[in-house]
Design a protein around this ligand. Structure first.
Ligand SMILES: [Zn+2]
Length: 68
C-alpha cells in the first residue's frame, strides 16, 4: 500500500518521533484475551495501525479507521 496522509479526529496524523506525515495504513486484530483487561472489547477487537514511512514508528489506534 502506498503511504498516504491520514486525518484522525480532524487532525492530520504526524509521526510522534520524526514528525513525518506519510504513513502506511494497516489493521491488526486484538485477539488476545489480555486485551479485554484494557477495555478494548468495544473496538471490535481490531485496531488501526499507522506506520511512519520515514522512520518506521508504529502508532496504534483502537478506534474506527481514520478518514483519509
Ligand atoms: Zn516517523
Amino acid at each position: 500500500m502506498e503511504p498516504s496522509h491520514v486525518v484522525v479526529m480532524g487532525r492530520e496524523f504526524v509521526c510522534p518521533h520524526c514528525e513525518g506525515r506519510l504513513v502506511g495504513i494497516g489493521t491488526a486484530l486484538l485477539n488476545t484475551p489480555g486485551m479485554t483487561f484494557f477495555g478494548l472489547d468495544w473496538a471490535n477487537r481490531q485496531a488501526r495501525v499507522l506506520t511512519c514511512a520515514a522512520c518506521g514508528h508504529v502508532s496504534w489506534f483502537a478506534e474506527r479507521p481514520p478518514q483519509e
